[in-house]
Design a protein around this ligand. Sequence first.
Ligand code: FES
Length: 353
Amino acid sequence: MLTKPLAKISIQSKSGESAFECSPGEPLLYAGLAQGLTLPYECATGTCGSCRGRVMSGEVENAWPQAPGATAAKLKADKGDVLLCQTHARSDCVVRVPANVVAATSPLPPPRRRAAGIALAKLLTGDVMHIELELAEPMSFEAGQFVVVEPPDVKGGRAYSMVNHGAALGRLSFVVKRKPGGGFSDWLFGRDVTGCELSLFGPLGRAVWRPSEDRDILAIAGGSGIAGMMAILEHATRAGHFARRRGDVFFGVRTSADTFYMDELADYVAQAGGNLAVTVALSHEPVADGVSQRGVRLAHGFVHEVARDAMRDRYGDLTAFLAGPTPMVDGAIRMLLTEARLTPDRIRYDKFA
Ligand code: FES
């Protein structure tokens, strides 16, 4: 059987030239990251626009011409602008990337494509599901990282943060919120998917927390964005971080019927000896002042606004972690830059559109 040849992708970046090989059908971004290059990205799924590049020569295919990231990055298709996460090579190519692209120095192996099977799928609320994927080979990943999951028969990948973290793990845990018309969530919620096989790419993401980071933690999450925060809370609790540093977590959902992980959050509060506060913000349900469940405070409002009111004049030496829908994350970033006057290096985020 004839196999299609690998394409050679030459990158021209602010830090010089580099190159990698790309197999047919693999996004340029994934191939470059898997070969240890620091190509720019945030969502890895076509929504943010941060992986922009310009094809100077060669033939490419755009997997998702309507990707919101193309609009966000104001790409000029007639000039050869592309999203690296949505572009496949049909020949050798030269691509200009307006960023520094160098060899990655992470202590972890680079991300790569992996096979997995769904080992467990369990409803947490009417539209939120806990799923566990069994990996064909173990993977090491940090608290706060994510993977792009590609189920069979569903076009495109979806990014999900892991609820767990650790070295050489055989299982990944996620929380998935059903989205009306969402191809993956319709596939997941519409049948018994236990035992189904899928492909994933990862681990990805730089919104990670490490025990060596001696700062307070501020976490603001919307909906299933709480997944990565649960991994960070677990790691920080186990490392004894809240014995000397403070944590403030804000978790936004629409109503109390949409809450999940309440017992786990309450347990983290109880273990932190007064140094961890968790607030659940209900955007579509009024809440009386001072209401709490097992030490988890309830408040009414959009999560970044609840966080702003609660944190006013209390920003100290902290790192902020943000995860959730793009409008929520953008609103929180604006608030942290303008009101809290945090520098961008203190803000780490994942946007899931
Ligand atoms: Fe490609 Fe976000 S990383 S659009």
